[in-house]
Design a protein around this ligand. Structure first.
Ligand code: NI
Length: 177
């Protein structure tokens, strides 16, 4: 395969976002989650380079426009849109004041992607994550991830031997989850 430039300019971040009390809400509401991302992308465009959704957390890499790298406002839009219409969980006063509904943990893990190697490690971490968490034995078997898209984009060799490519990732915790 010809070497292709995959690593475009712009600020990139890896995120891990978890539901409050690890409630398994994300897969059962995955259409709602998609709608929340669509709304955010329409207001504040950015690129989702990789993503995986598990029942109670998600990992994603975003490439942000050079003139607007504010990811906090984007997560606010996504979290609020996702939560709207879902029943409130038991929440503290401070959360009620902020119009949060106890759906998401307030803090999230963020990591600035330093370079192409760092990016690649995090892309692989995302795609291997459903295996790491024990949901499937092969990354391509998890429907809620960008892995198959990444293959179509040429980010992996077709028919990639995942054991080779993902070697060691099972024991790594670079995404904090
Ligand atoms: Ni994870």
């Amino acid at each position: 395969m010809q070497y292709r430039r995959l690593y475009q300019p712009g600020a990139r971040y890896f995120f891990t976002v978890v539901t409050e009390n690890r409630e398994p809400l994300l897969i059962e509401n995955v259409e709602r989650l998609r709608a929340a991302f669509r709304l955010c992308l329409s207001r504040y465009p950015f690129e989702i380079e990789a993503m995986v959704v598990l029942p109670e957390h998600l990992h994603t890499i975003w490439r942000l426009p050079e003139n607007d790298a504010d990811f906090s406002k984007r997560w606010m839009v996504i979290k609020r849109k996702f939560s709207a219409g879902l029943p409130s969980r038991v929440v503290s006063d401070s959360k009620t004041k902020k119009r949060e509904k106890g759906i998401w943990q307030r803090r999230f893990w963020e990591h600035y992607i330093r370079d192409e190697d760092d990016w690649r490690r995090h892309v692989d971490y995302i795609h291997f994550n459903p295996v790491k968490h024990g949901y499937v034995s092969k990354p391509q078997d998890w429907p809620h991830s960008s892995f198959n898209q990444a293959i179509r984009k040429g980010w992996y060799e077709p028919g990639v031997l995942l054991d080779d490519n993902f070697n060691g990732l099972n024991n790594e915790n670079i995404g904090n989850e």
